[in-house]
Design a protein around this ligand. Structure first.
Ligand SMILES: [Zn+2]
Length: 447
């Protein structure tokens, strides 16, 4: 339950006047980004970003962490976003809502504490080597490279631009082609996000053959952004390649889908692959889906988030398991999966705290579901900057390209292998028991 109190900070009048002027100007443009939004972020991030918003109010989430709800105009969102990716070297960092009541309801309904503690360890077993083992050697760097190349060739994948919708439709078509031979798989555009502009999320569902009501989710965000969009009236023609952030995650998911479906795998549980809309402007697509699933009472038993998988420079590790805003049993399971399947291949893992609202897994966690994230190996962290997460420094710029990652997708190969292990072990494999029963019956009849 949120506890509300007004921030003590008083906004200087001159600043308030400037903000009001900018907002009035922005509202007159009709552009989808020209409206103020209500953000929820960590108090620490809000203060460090130097924001001076009107009507900022202090709250606490279910973990007791200090949060702020603030009404921000596009320039202030730009300042917050720049702080998050330049100082904290990550995307995300805040949730965004169209109204203050929605932002307040989000905190009041927050179930992060419950989601972190869900005792699901008994579900998280490793006994499906027969399925997972043969998949691992099939991961193709060239395939991941090709998907990143295609996605980063869209002029941008900004949530409010025509290219952002086209990229979503391309992912839908690409996943549809991979599932074409499967009558147990469907691909859809999720349009039920009220603040995602024209960008849909993409969902591929493989229906569980035995436990269809138990749902496993693997996701990443399909949108991209640069700081050039953080102005009152963004030029929707701005380039934003987003090769690492997060074409790499979508490309990794696509390779997981290709290998698992081509193998004829029929999961016991339902497995859903998701490309989320509008992550870069406040985790909007994933929040809409997670809230819908909560309202519909869907039993999601584990969520894996892949956001930035491809950058690795001067570090010995291959992958970092995010430790915060994640289900504890699930992050333990991530480590066990890595040790079972990737350590024998020479993989090295470490851990990372990614802070508030780091990526789409936080939407799931806040809605009460067990979720977690694995993050790129990155580079050595700056010891003088406690915020530095050691990620690719060119994200949210036109330099977020494959060319600046050695023109290689090899670092994403480990993530595809990890995702295959997660899907195969948590989705399990339907063993064809119905066929066996039918055979037995048939034999009885013959006898
Ligand atoms: Zn991202």
């Amino acid at each position: 339950m949120g506890v509300r109190r007004r921030l003590a900070a008083v906004i200087p009048l001159a600043v308030a006047e400037i903000v009001a002027t900018v907002s009035a100007h922005a509202r007159g443009t009709g552009s989808p980004d020209a409206e103020t939004v209500y953000i929820v972020t960590a108090r620490q991030t809000y203060d460090a970003a130097g924001l001076l918003a009107r009507e900022a109010t202090a709250w606490k989430d279910s973990l007791g962490r200090e949060l702020v709800i603030a009404q921000l105009d596009p320039l202030q969102i730009g300042a917050l976003s720049r702080h998050v990716h330049e100082r904290e070297q990550r995307c995300g960092g805040f949730f965004a809502f169209a109204s203050r009541p929605e932002a307040e309801a989000f905190i009041v309904r927050d179930r992060t504490a419950e989601a972190i503690a869900l005792p699901l360890g008994g579900l998280y077993t490793i006994d499906n080597q027969a399925t997972v083992g043969p998949w691992l050697a099939q991961v193709s760097e060239a395939n991941i490279h090709a998907t990143i190349t295609t996605l980063s060739a869209f002029r941008n994948r900004y949530y409010a631009s025509p290219y952002g919708r086209q990229a979503a439709e391309w992912i839908r078509d690409s996943w549809q082609a991979l599932a074409a031979e499967r009558d147990d798989a469907t691909v859809e555009l999720f349009q039920g996000c009220s603040n995602c502009s024209t960008q849909p999320s993409v969902i591929l569902t493989v229906r569980g053959a035995e436990l269809p009501d138990e749902v496993v989710v693997l996701g990443g965000h399909l949108d991209s952004i640069t700081s050039a969009f953080s102005v009152p009236v963004p030029d929707l023609e701005q380039p934003a390649p987003g090769a690492d952030d997060d074409a790499s995650g979508i490309a990794t998911l696509t390779e997981i889908i290709r290998i698992s479906l081509a193998s004829g795998w029929k999961p016991r549980r339902t497995v859903k692959f998701m490309g989320y809309a509008a992550e870069e402007v406040g985790l909007r697509g994933s929040a809409a889906i997670a809230n819908r699933f909560r309202d519909d009472g869907i039993n999601v038993i584990g969520v894996l988030q892949l956001d930035m998988t491809n950058y690795r420079q001067n570090v010995g590790r291959d992958l970092r398991i995010v430790s915060d805003f994640s289900n504890t049993a699930l992050t333990t399971y991530f480590a066990e999966l890595f040790d079972a399947y990737l350590v024998p291949l020479g993989g090295v893992r470490s851990a990372l705290a990614c802070n508030y609202g780091c990526s789409d897994h936080a939407s799931w966690t806040s809605a009460g579901f067990p979720a977690g994230m694995v993050f790129e190996a990155g580079r050595p962290q700056n010891p003088n900057n406690p915020w530095d997460l050691g990620a690719f420094q060119s994200i949210h710029s036109t330099a977020d390209t494959l060319a600046n990652m050695g023109n290689s997708a090899s670092n994403s190969v480990r993530f595809a292998q990890f995702g295959l292990a997660f899907a195969g072990e948590l989705g399990k494999t339907y063993d064809g028991a119905e066929d066996a029963i039918f055979s037995d019956d048939f034999e009885v009849v013959v006898d």
